[in-house]
Design a protein around this ligand. Structure first.
Ligand SMILES: [Zn+2]
Length: 85
């Protein structure tokens, strides 16, 4: 389990609330801990404690594959993200 800190995505291994690539689900964006590219968690489930399931696989094929937890995640993040126009 890898813990990702809440940040601006400028550095690898951070997350922030944001929109997914499609308007159906909006949750969080993550910077890949390995290659630093951004990915959406719109297809993942994020538990109340920030645990992400299923495991995260980097879509850019850098080789990153691990279970992650969003440190500082709260349900308010999801509500805030999903209430944006
Ligand atoms: Zn990557």
């Amino acid at each position: 389990m890898l813990e990702l800190v809440h940040g601006s995505l400028d550095l690898p291994g951070q997350w922030e609330s944001g929109k997914g690539p499609y308007p159906i689900r909006i949750v969080a964006l993550v910077s890949c801990p390995k290659c630093g590219k951004w990915m959406s968690l719109s297809l993942h489930r994020i538990a109340a404690d920030g645990s992400v399931s299923p495991s995260l696989v980097c879509p850019y094929r850098c080789g990153f594959h691990d279970y992650v937890r969003l440190v500082g995640w709260t349900c308010e993040d999801e509500q805030q993200a999903t209430s944006e126009p």
